[in-house]
Ligand binder design. Structure first.
Ligand code: GLU
Length: 442
């Protein structure tokens, strides 16, 4: 079996000297996600010769709120949960970013992801700063009633920060459109009127946008199509592996399939399936809906999620959780193109290995920005109480994603850097410019 895209030694034309990689001797495993985020910012700042005062501002989140709050459990007991809302920067507009329910949602992780949102919004040039929220919990262990009470109490606790013109949450790991409906309702009850624009990723029936559910996946497919074009390939010629079959991975696999690519492998938390002739993605989605996992399907050879990463495919999309491509497995990645669907799926050490091996990587801050782009459209529609058709939403998102991809690619070529550093150069410089032009209050 051989890749239909040129192998590593033919790929050097789109590899680059400069990158966001850490120096060779940096003990990256010891770093926490926020330290990694700071390191990436420092490298971009150095490249941009950023004013040290501005760099210092950007290192810190502007506001961080920790909340400890009780929830009545179904068995009559009370349990106290810890949650966070972090606003990294608002120089370019109100802060925007997801809310995750996860046992990994520590303050370091939420802080790092808030910073990532600042760059992401700036890279696709939408008028938002960056934020993130999290509640330390395992949503799979909570009943629907417990999840609703937890969401409502957390919303009420962070009510002093969020609002349609201050900070707008959205779904992320462990949350979905229903969660956003509860956030919207709780906030609206406190105001005595319906405020749909306080949150995005809501169901369409309460002010959500057509196309928002699929937006992250659709955006990933658009940037993959652009990356393939550089190799003279079309989506229809590509064999793709997608790690993750949730909100992002499931939609990504389906849209690849609809647009003619051959999706040869997918996986969820229970494991994966591989079929070199292509998987029947609609049947797999049906199976996952019915059984809660795709692994009960018989349309392919069972593989582990880790094995999926190392398959000989044209495009690999890690769209599950962070830290999947690490120093341990990066040298075994055979895909010439990696498109980051999840936030932070590649460790800094792995990033360096992939780059040295000539792998072309489209970074998370660009690749998965389709979600926040359509969140922006949802917010605009909510503020105007005027709603668009799905075709219009998709076409406007495609235009923004393709434009952002080309911007980043052009910067990568001009500065002779890889795509991650190029994206950071654009994101950090736009935020720095806004901060500089606004000046320092008072
Ligand atoms: N949680 C998503 C992200 O990380 C979407 C954020 C949003 O739509 O505000 O990009």
């Amino acid at each position: 079996m051989s890749a239909t895209i040129p192998a590593a030694n033919h790929r050097t034309s789109i590899s680059a000297k400069g990158s966001l990689m850490l120096p060779e001797d940096t003990p990256v495993q010891a770093q926490n996600p926020h330290e990694n985020a700071l390191e990436l910012l420092a490298i971009a700042a150095r490249h941009l010769q950023l004013d040290p005062g501005i760099h210092e501002i950007l290192k810190h989140a502007e506001r961080e709120l920790t909340v400890n709050f009780p929830v009545k459990m179904d068995n009559g007991t009370m349990k106290t949960f810890t949650g966070y809302r972090v606003q990294h920067n608002i120089a370019r507009g109100p802060s925007k970013g997801g809310l995750r329910f996860s046992l990994g949602a520590t303050i370091e992780e939420v802080r790092a992801l808030a910073m990532l949102m600042t760059w992401k919004c700036a890279i696709v040039n939408i008028p938002f700063g960056g934020s993130k929220g999290g509640v330390l919990c395992d949503p799979k262990q909570l009943s629907v009633g417990e999840l609703e009470r937890l969401t409502r109490r957390y919303t009420s606790e962070i009510g002093i920060l969020i609002g349609p013109d201050t900070d707008i949450p959205a779904p992320d790991m462990g949350t979905n459109a229903q969660t956003m409906a509860w956030v919207m309702d709780t906030y609206s009850m406190s105001k005595g009127r319906t405020v749909p624009a306080v949150v995005t990723g809501k169901p369409v029936s309460v002010g959500g946008s057509e196309g928002r559910n699929d937006a992250t996946g659709r955006g990933i497919v658009f940037v993959t199509r652009e990356a393939l074009r550089e190799y003279g390939k079309r989506l229809a010629d590509a064999r793709v592996a997608v790690q993750g079959f949730g909100n992002v991975g499931g939609a990504t696999a389906r849209i690849f399939h609809e647009m003619g690519a051959r999706v040869v492998a997918v996986s969820d938390a229970g494991g994966g399936l591989y079929n070199p002739n292509g998987l029947d993605i609609p049947a797999l989605l049906e199976c996952a809906n019915r059984d809660g996992t795709l692994t009960t399907h018989t349309g392919g050879k069972p593989i582990s999620s880790a094995e999926l990463l190392e398959l000989d495919v044209d495009v690999l999309v890690p769209a599950a959780i962070e830290n999947q491509i690490t120093g341990d497995n990066a040298h075994r990645i055979k895909a010439p193109i990696v498109v980051e669907g999840a936030n932070g799926p590649t460790t800094p050490e792995a990033d360096r290995i992939l780059r040295d091996n000539g792998v072309f990587l489209v970074p998370d801050v660009l690749a998965n920005a389709g979600g926040v782009v359509v969140s922006y459209f949802e917010w605009v529609q909510d503020l105007q109480f005027f709603f668009w058709q799905e075709e219009e939403v998709n076409a406007k998102m495609e235009a923004i994603m393709v434009h952002a991809y080309r911007d980043v690619r052009q910067t990568a070529r001009r500065e002779d850097v890889d795509m991650r550093l190029a994206a950071y150069i654009i994101g950090v410089s736009r935020v720095a410019e806004a901060a500089t032009i606004r000046g320092i209050y008072p």
